[in-house]
Design a protein around this ligand. Sequence first.
Ligand SMILES: Nc1ncnc2c1ncn2[C@@H]1O[C@H](COP(=O)(O)OP(=O)(O)OP(=O)(O)O)[C@@H](O)[C@H]1O
Ligand SMILES: CC(C)(CO)[C@@H](O)C(=O)NCCC(=O)O
Length: 319
Amino acid sequence: MDQLAPTEKYSPYRFFSAEQWSQFRADTPLTLSEDEINRLRSLNDPVDLQEVKRIYLSLSRLLSAHVEASQLLFRQRQAFFNAQDIVKTPFIIGIAGSVAVGKSTTARVLKELLARWPSSPKVDLVTTDGFLLPNEILRRDNLMERKGFPDSYDVGALLRFLSGIKSAQRNVRAPVYSHLTYDVIPGEFQIIDRPDILIFEGINVLQPGKLPKDGKIVPFLSDFFDFAIYIDAEEELIHQWYIARFMRLRETAFRNPDSFFHRYSQLSQGAARAIAEGLWANINLKNLRENILPTRARADLILRKGANHLVEEVALRKL
Ligand SMILES: Nc1ncnc2c1ncn2[C@@H]1O[C@H](COP(=O)(O)OP(=O)(O)OP(=O)(O)O)[C@@H](O)[C@H]1O
Ligand SMILES: CC(C)(CO)[C@@H](O)C(=O)NCCC(=O)O
């Protein structure tokens, strides 16, 4: 994995080829069917049962070990404080990576695999998209061309959300984003009620916050995570995936008159492609280089994808 580290000896990670990684699945059973995996797949991300077996079952087994260890630690702390009234808090998994790298598919596949563990844990999935500032505010502050950049999110709301989850509050509300209207949906919330595991997915989940000037103590989002995953791929591959997805959306979702991008479904193929290239180069690629890729080294696990979204290499942080 030369792009990630020149020598493993001095790297904080251990590197595995996909084939080596797949062996760690051991006897983890495949609990998803072909139909179920088809439902979870995003437009353009061709994840299939073979990929679930090759990559995601080992990941599920590793996460199961982490969750078990954290439950043991929880019981030991209860005994240490001699207090039975301490409430167990959710195990939080962060998933980071570029726009269009396939975070949402990975997050959905993991959610289903983890929920099928023999202990039947309650698993919830939240994306940070809902915490974007509404377009009205982005327009007012001249941030529409910076959607996805750190300043386009309500970081205070993100921190309040995670801190509510980690302090085992009931019915914590997460705002919801619509890719159709390209905006936060006013008044709509996802209610998160003490899951066993929360998967928290978004381009910004491993970003450090701004250090406050007034002496207040402000945590980073990742301070609340028990395990962090970064989904990685060559810039040029992600670029192709973004453009291909945009061109497919043009034939599907953009046809809907309610779509923010409806006008692009009326343009010629060439003109639509030029729009997509502009969005990629001026917003998403810039954001990847400036604010997303620099957070990669904060992940516990890096899944590096090659062509066709197939994971080729896995880097796992040495403990
Ligand atoms: N303009 C759009 N209209 C309708 N659906 C969209 C639009 N943009 C993205 N989607 C779909 O919404 C889902 C989530 O997209 P989102 O933008 O959150 O993904 P992402 O952050 O770009 O990256 P990833 O592919 O890593 O999930 C995907 O299934 C995608 O295909
Ligand atoms: C909502 C985000 C920021 C992240 O998912 C992204 O999908 C996005 O809308 N980026 C802005 C540029 C674009 O429309 O692709």
